[in-house]
Write a protein that binds this ligand. Structure first.
Ligand code: NAD
Length: 324
């Protein structure tokens, strides 16, 4: 009998996690989705619930988990400033204690484990674009530190489990990723602009809008995850995954407004503390080691994301109870 690969996706009911679960099922894996539904929802995975290769478990990864799996993707952590600053102590716990629990599980069952780390480990970078050997410029006591330092400590734990216990690790540093199933109210820039434009509200721009970001479409990122997990033993990373094409925030507002066909006005607000002014990945390592680079142009990715939010808002209009 051919056994299917058993894959645990922690944070599987979230934005990235739900897309990952889908892709793993398509590849023939048995997927165990673990989530405490802090920011993720059952709606994101409702289409998978009756699938025979899919299983859902409500669980908080700050508590130990005993399951038999071959691979683990750790995505369980609130990802947007609004959510991770809501309960900063819990955010650090999710990153640090969550990593210890899942690394312990990986060690016990001999599973490979991928950590969804972040470009935030570079803080407000003084080096541009960011290569993986850049050690970052993070304020350890600021309002973003619960997330940035939590993720940095998780990386430390991953490499210590690798050196000390020979656990097969993969550390992916994800840069801004967008697409359908982003949370509509979490203040992330792409979803924020789209929802504001669709609702005819003014578009909130922090700072003067000249700060740049690079935006990776979700399908491209998930392809990067899968290739990274499948890479030869010892391919630990850390590895940047993201789109190196840089846009200013103002360019993004123009693209969104044109696509939505909205005449919303821009409303400029003060830049939040420690907000990085420039952020762009150097993805040479991912290209060389995984043969990976993003393929979806912003134009196409925005079309798909706008279509998703248009439908979501129409549904919420029909059933206001769905608005959260
Ligand atoms: N989307 C991006 O642009 C981006 C960029 C960098 C890093 N990341 C990382 O990727 C991962 C997924 O991000 P996302 O954008 O899908 O965010 P998301 O908020 O949609 O997903 C996170 C998921 O983890 C769950 N979760 C949170 N704490 C948990 C806990 N203690 N136990 C179990 N589940 C828990 C949430 O309910 C949610 O379903 C996060 O770790 C995030 O830090 C994302």
């Amino acid at each position: 009998m051919m056994l299917r690969k058993r894959v645990l996706v922690a944070g599987g009911a979230g934005f990235l996690g739900s897309h990952l679960c889908e892709r793993l099922i398509e590849r023939g894996c048995d997927v165990l989705c673990v989530d405490n539904f802090f920011t993720g929802t059952k709606d994101n995975i409702s289409h998978l619930l009756s699938h025979p290769q899919f299983e859902l478990m409500r669980h908080d990864i700050t508590f130990p988990l005993y399951v038999e799996v071959d691979e683990i993707y750790n995505l369980a952590c609130p990802a947007s400033p609004i959510h991770y600053q809501h309960d900063p102590v819990q955010t650090t716990k999710a990153s640090v204690i969550g990593a210890i629990n899942l690394l312990g599980l990986a060690k016990r069952v001999g599973a490979k484990i991928l950590q969804a780390s972040t470009s935030e480990v570079y803080g407000d970078p003084e080096v541009h674009p960011q290569t993986e050997d850049y050690r970052g410029n993070v304020n350890p006591i600021g309002p973003r530190a619960c997330y940035d330092e939590g993720k940095r400590c998780a990386e430390t734990l991953f490499f210590d489990y690798y050196r000390q216990h020979r656990v097969e690790i993969r550390v992916a540093r994800i840069f801004n990723t967008y697409g359908p199933r982003m949370h509509p109210n979490d203040g992330r820039v792409v979803s924020n602009f789209i929802v504001q434009a669709l609702n005819g509200n003014s578009i909130t721009v922090y700072g003067d809008g000249q700060q740049t970001r690079s935006f990776c479409y979700v399908d491209d990122l998930i392809e990067g995850f899968l290739r990274f997990m499948a890479a030869p033993s010892g391919t630990t990373g850390p590895m940047n995954l993201g789109n190196p094409t840089e846009f200013t925030i103002l360019e993004l507002t123009e693209a969104v407004l044109a696509k939505v066909g909205s005449d919303s006005k821009l409303e400029f607000r003060e830049l939040p503390a420690d907000d990085p002014t420039r952020r762009r990945p150097n993805i040479e390592q991912a290209h060389r080691v995984l043969g990976w680079e993003p393929e979806t142009p912003l134009d196409q990715g925005l079309d798909r994301t706008i279509a998703y939010f248009r439908e979501l808002l129409e549904e919420q209009g029909r059933n206001p109870r769905l608005v959260s």
